[in-house]
Write a protein that binds this ligand. Structure first.
Ligand code: NAP
Length: 367
């Protein structure tokens, strides 16, 4: 039986991964070993079968005995443990949700509904490292992958509306705490709306307002910068848009992808408004068909108010694998430009699902 190690299984991404694996009955037919960086020796998770107690996630000898390791522990863990494992001669499969190894030459960024051929070719040529993509990139490609597949995209810009969960579980909790703080300060107060607005503003500006994780308020606000600064005024999140998209697609010629990434007070779904310069003019129907047939999860939403406000929102998509794409229309009646809006659950297709599916691909190939 194939021996698979799971590191980072109780974190936010790891928990969603475990839940999806249970839903799909993925633990059957493999021998799982769960690791921890902080709870070694404690009881492993409930997965409907006996599991040994938690192993030490830094124990290279035990890790080396595995056929595959799936980690959702984070980049620092990957940077510390992965090189040691390879140095010891371990040649198993490393499947990782963190970004640390994404751009390495011997890694493939995985999003199999979009780049299954790239994964299969890499597998044939002996690649052992399969890394999940940035959440926004994965969700963009799940939504409009069909246009890339049919080589229709000349360039694109993506203006994002990214949820709190993308920053981690503590940030999600902080957003709720910020909303609670505002709620407490205004509860039961009947006042003219401009006074209510001032009360909210003063509450948020109070030095005690909880901003330890986001640094600045997110509730009743947005943050037009995600991750570190890179160069040319770009954020690292924006840089990933281009670098990772082209690596996932294994583009022979780089397709320009750029935009502005913005954090908004949604809980776990990212949205993006995308403008695409097409290589040639396309009718709207053809664009919709190209998008819709790319995979079984994408769903074209008719461009009308009722469907858009009901089906094309973070709340409509939360906890679901469906990736709706709507507001599809030409700009200025120019059929070589299309604008659209897409939403996706960033803990599912944005994080856990590509990793889960990659483990299944590896298991099928090596069993
Ligand atoms: P996380 O929730 O902070 O969990 C990471 C680890 O923290 C856990 O595996 C656990 O390790 C430890 N931990 C300490 N206290 C905990 C507690 N009370 N509850 C649960 N875990 C606790 O991290 P994450 O957001 O899942 O992200 C993991 C990796 O995935 C990161 O590299 C991230 O960049 C990447 N990623 C995240 C997203 C996202 O949406 N957040 C999307 C794509 C990729 P021990 O059991 O060893 O203590």
């Amino acid at each position: 039986m194939v021996k698979v190690g799971f590191v980072g299984w109780r974190g936010m991404v790891g928990s969603v991964l475990r839940q999806r694996m249970l839903e799909e009955n993925d633990f059957q037919g493999l021998k799982p070993l769960f690791f921890s960086t902080s709870q070694v020796g404690q009881k492993g998770p409930e997965i409907g079968m006996e599991v040994p107690e938690l192993a030490d996630a830094f124990d290279i000898k035990t890790l080396s005995s595995l056929d595959a390791i799936v980690t959702c522990q984070g980049g620092d863990y990957t940077k510390e443990v992965y090189p040691k494992l390879r140095k010891e001669g371990w040649d198993g499969y490393w499947i990782d949700a963190a970004s640390a190894l994404r751009m390495e030459k011997d890694s493939v960024i995985v999003l199999d509904p979009v780049n299954r051929e790239v994964i299969d070719e890499a597998f044939e040529s002996g690649v052992k490292n399969y890394i999940g993509a940035n959440c926004t990139v994965s969700l963009m490609l799940m939504g409009i992958g069909g246009l890339f597949k049919e080589n229709k995209v000349d360039w694109l810009t993506s203006m994002t509306y990214q949820s709190a969960s993308g920053a981690g579980s503590k940030n999600m909790a902080e957003l709720v705490e910020q909303m609670q703080t505002i709620s407490k300060a205004t509860e039961g107060k009947k006042m003219p709306v401009l006074e209510l607005d001032r009360e909210v503003q003063e509450t948020i500006e109070n030095p005690d307002f909880p901003t330890e994780n986001f640094t600045v308020p997110l509730a009743c606000n947005l943050i037009p910068w995600i991750d570190k600064e890179v160069e040319d005024g770009q954020s690292r999140e924006e840089w990933k848009g281009s670098a990772e998209t082209n690596k996932i697609l294994n583009s022979k010629q780089q397709i320009p992808v750029d935009g502005i990434c913005v954090r908004v007070p949604a809980m776990r779904c990212h949205s993006q408004a995308i403008t695409i310069k097409l290589k040639e003019e396309m009718e709207l129907k053809e664009i919709e068909n190209t998008i819709a047939k790319a995979n079984e999860w994408v769903k074209v939403i008719p461009n009308n108010k009722e469907d858009s406000i009901r089906q094309l929102t973070p709340i409509a998509v939360s906890g679901k694998l469906t990736v709706p794409v709507g507001r599809i229309r030409h700009i200025n009646n120019d059929a070589s430009f299309v604008t659209l809006f897409t939403v996706g659950d960033q803990l599912l297709w944005g994080a856990a699902e590509p990793v889960r599916r990659m483990l299944q691909i590896v298991l099928k190939k090596i069993s």
